[in-house]
Design a binder for this molecule. Structure first.
Ligand SMILES: CC(=O)SCCNC(=O)CCNC(=O)[C@H](O)C(C)(C)COP(=O)(O)OP(=O)(O)OC[C@H]1O[C@@H](n2cnc3c(N)ncnc32)[C@H](O)[C@@H]1OP(=O)(O)O
Ligand SMILES: N[C@@H](CCO)C(=O)O
Length: 351
């Protein structure tokens, strides 16, 4: 299925006060909005994904899976600032006729949500039955549930947080240092900063996986090897793979928006902000997640009224939220089959 385009041709004010002269969002829909308009499943995708959720979240989304287009109207929007059809640093600035590159204004998770709210109304959606997101997608989903509580009936947050941690910011800044060290980044061209981007992705992988993941998948069978290790080749391969499908400028802006994620900003406290959520909520943690650790999920579940907390084991680490679709399906099935509401329950799933 090809990407559809939503255009908003009025000025779009960002949380910073900066104004984009207009907006374009790439998006996918699957299935049909029913007569009662109560079958919407809205996906907020993570950092480097796109709006084609049936492609990257197979096993959870698609025909025969839990969220299937036969029963659900599934919507996924490429987030503002990203590289798959939405307004971002490679878009043309009408004031100069040139791509924005580093003159693109800084965006936040609230801006991403605000743009998706506009689009939801424009395509006739009155409420969201289930809003789901992992990682940066979960950051947007929690923001949306706070910004517009009555609009979201069920909320599923996976491997996410209420405020980005110093640890997460340090990872992101280290990756931006790698990008900034590439002299082509400042020169402003679509593939500027590619070598830096490659290094940044290799660094990021260390936070998405873990000691065990590398120990198993990159284990050396030949004890005599002294160079050209599998793990080294894997880092190079993964860096190149991202360079082929992303750009350093979107990477830069999206990591910055992750850093500034804080549901408590200008809302007195984080706890008060989370207490505004009225959606029936499931918070899912991955036991081996180094980047968005279990304690961040427990904190969300503790402070979102009536939230249910679930945890599953995975050797993949943070990326388990994209890969362990069977464990997620079991947890989500239990959540929707459980009448528990108004207090915190525990669901534990061993992958
Ligand atoms: C337009 C698009 O393509 S968007 C793609 C969708 N992307 C997203 O949704 C973003 C989120 N997704 C991701 O980050 C990833 O796709 C994940 C986490 C879901 C899976 O990651 P993968 O890279 O596919 O898995 P994994 O870490 O096991 O690596 C497998 C790849 O590394 C290669 N590889 C494994 N070991 C080595 C090694 N030692 N040396 C070189 N290459 C290696 C494999 O051959 C395989 O290559 P392939 O991807 O070309 O088939
Ligand atoms: N592998 C994920 C990690 C961030 O959650 C991505 O690239 O989007």
């Amino acid at each position: 299925m090809s990407t559809q385009l939503y255009k908003y041709d009025k000025p779009f004010e960002l949380e910073s006060g900066a104004v984009l002269p207009g907006l374009e969002l790439g998006y996918h829909t699957y299935g049909t909005l029913n007569a009662g308009k109560d079958n919407v499943v809205w996906v907020c995708h993570a950092f480097t994904a796109n709006s084609d959720v049936l492609d990257w979240w197979k096993g959870l989304f698609g025909m025969g899976y839990y969220f299937n287009p036969e029963d659900h109207y599934i919507v996924c929007v490429n987030m503002l600032g990203s590289a798959y059809g939405s307004s971002g640093p490679l878009s043309i600035d009408p004031a100069t006729g040139q791509p924005y590159y580093l003159t693109f204004p800084q965006i936040t998770t609230r801006d991403m949500v605000k743009s998706q709210q506009l689009m939801a109304k424009a395509i006739g959606i009155d409420s969201i039955q289930t809003l789901i997101g992992g990682s940066l997608g979960g950051q947007q989903a929690s923001e949306w549930a706070i910004m517009e509580p009555g609009f979201i009936k069920n909320l599923i947050l996976i491997a996410s947080n209420a405020k980005h941690s110093p640890w997460g910011i340090a990872f992101n800044e280290s990756q931006r240092l790698a990008i900034a060290a590439d002299p082509t980044f400042e020169q402003g061209m679509p593939d500027g900063g590619s070598k830096g981007l490659k290094a940044a992705r290799a660094m990021a992988l260390l936070s998405y996986r873990g000691y065990k993941t590398y120990g198993i998948s990159q284990h050396e069978d030949n004890e005599d090897v002294v160079d050209n290790y599998k793990a080294a080749s894997y880092q190079n391969y993964q860096g190149d793979k991202l360079v082929k499908r992303f750009n350093a400028y979107s990477y830069w802006y999206l990591t910055k928006s992750m850093d500034s994620h804080n549901v408590g900003r200008n809302r007195e406290t984080i706890e008060k902000a989370l207490s505004a959520i009225t959606a029936r909520t499931l918070v899912v943690a991955i036991d081996s997640d180094l980047l968005f650790p279990v304690e961040e999920q427990k904190y969300l579940a503790k402070n979102i009224p009536g939230a249910i907390y679930a945890e599953f084991d995975s050797y993949y680490g943070h990326d388990g939220f994209l890969i362990e679709t069977e464990a997620l399906t079991n947890i989500i099935t239990a959540f929707f089959n459980t009448a528990i509401n108004g207090h915190t329950a525990q669901i534990h799933q061993t992958a």
